[in-house]
Design a protein around this ligand. Structure first.
Ligand code: GLY
Length: 378
């Protein structure tokens, strides 16, 4: 089956294609060859994903081309982004025989992509890397842009590097078997692109989001395309997050990471769910500071709500959070510099900007307001 969309992440000699379509996995070997990768790859995946028909389709394509992959599997979940798993992967990859042209493929969601990316970045001081994202979140965000990372006790993604892939192969067919909750969580990152810089895309999502969530493959491919186009443009301009442009992709994330930390990075709160709530809090803070019309807050909040995402802290934890606890967790974010919070705020839908000028007292007052607005259920 043919590629439906192709984009380029324009980084000079390190430019690479993002191919988006339905049924791409059956032609994995051809896609690799087209970017000059013709050696048997090391494939990193997780135990659940490696058992799927999608994985088999990719492996069959490689085997038929005489490129039988070495498959390295980690347990599903955030805990696999660890030095322990990284060491094991590297030892096993080396024991199986690799050289500087051996591609490393990350086949799965964000955890697998981030971990495989670190392995590719450090093995033999850098191997060619390919991202094959199989979740909506990975297809629209984590697989694009070269951020790799593992976690420390002190926080998420504190060890890693920028290591751009040579190819991103986003087969939207894999989304058909994604649990609905994971699809919704990934959808939050799609909405993020509309909210941060593309009001027309947000309006398109208001019309097409419900179809996308219930299974319309064309709407899915279009949403992945538009999200990747947005991200590719940002990465091309600010690859290493130095000008502030790439930081816009963190809309909702400082709040979201704090909530994830307070939930112990457990399955109780998925990253995309935390981001959805965090984006509402960022809009609420922007309204409070007189920067953003309240109608835009209501519009984005109701869209995320209709998509089944948590739009207030009490929708995550019924008994709520102590605002100071949330604020403390935010102050531990790696984007705090000189004791000042780095936040992404908005002047409206599609108009985000970076600031370090928000007083913690304003954040606290907004958190109190959010807690007060949604009474505990029952
Ligand atoms: N996920 C945010 C970034 O890639 O910069």
């Amino acid at each position: 089956m043919s590629v439906t969309h192709e984009l380029t992440v324009a980084l000079g000699a390190r430019s690479y294609p993002i191919r988006i379509g339905d049924g791409l996995l059956g032609e994995t070997a051809r896609h690799l060859a087209e970017v000059g990768l013709t050696r048997p790859p090391v494939v990193v995946s997780d135990k659940s994903v490696a058992a799927t028909a999608h994985f088999r389709e990719m492996a069959d394509s490689l085997e038929q081309a005489g490129l039988a992959p070495r498959v390295l599997v980690v347990p599903p979940g955030e805990a696999s982004k660890s030095f322990g798993q990284l060491e094991r992967l590297c030892e096993e990859a080396v024991a199986g025989g690799i050289d500087r042209k051996t591609p490393v493929i990350g086949f799965g969601g964000g955890v697998v992509g981030d971990l495989a990316g670190v392995a590719a970045a450090v093995l033999l001081r850098g191997l060619p890397f390919v991202q094959v994202p199989t979740t909506l979140l990975a297809q629209v965000d984590s697989a694009v842009g070269g951020k790799t990372g593992i976690n420390l006790k002190g926080g998420k993604n504190l060890v890693g590097s920028f290591h751009q892939p040579r190819l991103v192969l986003a087969d939207v067919g894999t989304l058909a078997t994604l649990p609905p909750r994971e699809l919704r969580a990934g959808y939050a990152e799609v909405v993020k692109y509309g909210l941060l810089g593309d009001a027309d895309f947000f309006a398109w999502l208001e019309a097409n989001g419900p179809g996308l969530l219930t299974g319309d493959p064309e709407a899915r491919a279009e949403a992945v395309l538009r999200s990747c186009r947005h991200k590719a443009g940002i990465v091309a301009e600010d690859e290493h997050e130095t000008t502030g442009l790439r930081a816009l992709l963190n809309l909702g994330h400082t709040f979201g990471h704090a909530l994830e930390a307070l939930e112990g990075y457990s399955g109780r709160l998925l990253h995309g769910e935390a981001v959805a709530c965090g984006m509402v809090l960022a809009f609420r803070l922007s309204v409070r500071l007189g920067l953003c019309p309240e109608s835009d807050l209501e519009r984005m909040r109701s869209h995320l709500d209709r998509a089944g995402l948590p739009v207030s802290m009490r929708r995550i934890r019924n008994e709520g959070y102590a605002p100071d606890t949330v604020l403390d967790a935010m102050m531990r974010d790696k984007k705090v510099e000189d004791g000042r919070l780095g936040l992404i705020l908005v002047r409206g839908i599609g108009r985000a900007f970076v600031t370090k000028d928000v007083a913690p007292a304003d954040v606290r007052a907004m958190l109190v307001e959010d807690e007060a607005l949604t009474p505990a259920a029952g």
